[in-house]
Write a protein that binds this ligand. Structure first.
Ligand SMILES: [Zn+2]
Length: 423
């Protein structure tokens, strides 16, 4: 059996239709590997179809340009050259004539190329979109392999081109980002109250991580702090963002635009969960008047298992206080879960007394004591940001952002850490 694939172009009334043969598919018996089209056939057919379609579009456009739009006089040709247009379905070379400007209007140049003026960019937006999308998720090399596997343009794309395009697209989106501001939502509470009540809250998790600069000269310098975050709507739709602290000149605007794109209203309730660090605290201030800032339960409890392990490691004469220490650690965690910072601190004080009652402390006991004192400082510094987690939990409200930790990993570890292909 033989099947022919054709492009039939129906022009304006009265003109004959144009038929172009672009492929022929041969099939004999039906087998799993002969069902429908193969990838190679699809690529060939698409490429030829694209060539025909674009050639025709260009010809039609040039026809409309053959006369001066002001006086209707014919434009005279001054030779022609070829332009290359890269599309998802192939790299096309089109004949582009150069014509003289009509004398009826003043013009800065004597001649121009209508097609080049119409298509100033050599790559179509869809191609740039796919290249950028995939190159932001994996290496430039893999991106070219993926495009090559599925699209006719693939064999024409190389890693350097993709890199160049990604940077150009990034610069373009950066240029579209508005100015940095201290306060992003204006008006007064009375106006906000009059607005329609938005659906559920937005939950925004923020966290930081460090990475090496690739041109660092010593072990000490060349560290960059990356802030990564994720914003989740009540329906569960999530968006990630990240930037380099101190390098990015518009961090607030960047986060604000992410929240806005998720439909944040002026009277929307927004919950920011973070580790309480200075950088992220500064960032989330004034982004929304209805915002609440909480210490992420994940960060509160991150240190407790470490101290529990240290307590379990106590030996020799310290074994006597071990069970007491473990029990008190549990108690402090329980108080924190219920937002009772005062009792949690008393519990930590008890622990200190328990551990620091000997003239000759063992090394293990000293390091546990140090971890405990650091923990107390952390809790008291961030006391204002500690809610009643238990109650929030019961009402189905966010208490932790384990999800942000994975965002940080995604951005910091996976993309930049040594030996990764996307360094
Ligand atoms: Zn004219």
């Amino acid at each position: 059996m033989k099947m022919r694939v054709q492009v039939v172009i129906e022009s304006a009334v009265g003109e004959p239709t144009d038929v172009h043969e672009i492929g022929c598919i041969h099939r004999e018996e039906l087998r799993p590997d002969t069902v429908g089209l193969t990838l190679d056939e699809v690529k060939t057919v698409l490429e030829r179809m694209q060539q025909r379609i674009v050639e025709r579009q260009a010809a039609e456009y040039l026809r409309t340009q053959s006369r001066c739009p002001h006086c209707g006089n014919k434009r005279y040709h001054k030779g022609a050259h070829a332009v290359t247009i890269r599309t998802l379905f192939g790299k096309l070379r089109l004949k582009s004539p150069r014509v003289y400007h009509c004398q009826c209007q003043p013009s800065p140049t004597r001649t121009f190329s209508p097609l080049v003026e119409r298509l100033p960019e050599r790559s179509t937006p869809e191609l740039l979109y796919l290249e950028t999308k995939w190159a932001s998720l994996m290496s430039y090399g893999l991106t070219t392999k993926l495009l090559d596997a599925v699209l006719p343009i693939g064999k024409q794309v190389n890693a350097e081109t993709v890199r160049h395009h990604l940077h150009a697209v990034a610069q373009r989106t950066e240029a579209e980002l508005g100015d940095e501001q201290t306060v992003f939502i204006d008006g007064c509470p009375r106006d906000w109250a009059a607005l329609l009540r938005p659906e559920g809250p937005l939950t925004v998790g923020l966290d930081g991580g460090y990475l090496h600069s690739c041109d660092k000269t010593s072990r000490k310098d060349g560290w960059l702090e990356v802030i990564a975050g994720k914003s989740i709507t009540a329906e569960g739709a999530a968006k990630c963002f990240a930037f380099v602290h101190r390098y990015d000149t518009k961090p607030k605007r960047r986060v604000f635009e992410v929240l806005k794109s998720q439909g944040m209203q002026r009277n929307q309730h927004v919950t920011f969960l973070s580790d309480g660090g200075d950088t992220v605290r500064q960032l989330q201030l004034y982004l929304n008047p209805q915002a609440e800032h909480l210490l992420d339960w994940f960060h509160v409890t991150l240190r407790i298992p470490v101290m529990t392990q240290m307590a379990k490691g106590l030996e020799g004469k310290d074994v006597a206080i071990q069970s007491g220490v473990l029990k008190e650690l549990e108690r402090s965690k329980w108080y924190l879960w219920h937002g009772n910072v005062y009792e949690a601190c008393l519990s930590i004080d008890n622990l200190e007394l328990l551990l620091d009652n000997d003239d000759a402390l063992t090394a293990k006991r000293r390091s546990l004591l140090k971890a405990l004192r650091d923990f107390r400082v952390y809790i008291t510094t961030n006391a204002r940001l500690i809610p009643n987690y238990g109650e929030r939990w019961r009402y189905g409200e966010a208490v932790a952002t384990g999800f942000v930790e994975s965002t940080v990993n995604q951005v910091v570890s996976k993309r930049f850490v040594k030996k990764q292909q996307m360094k």
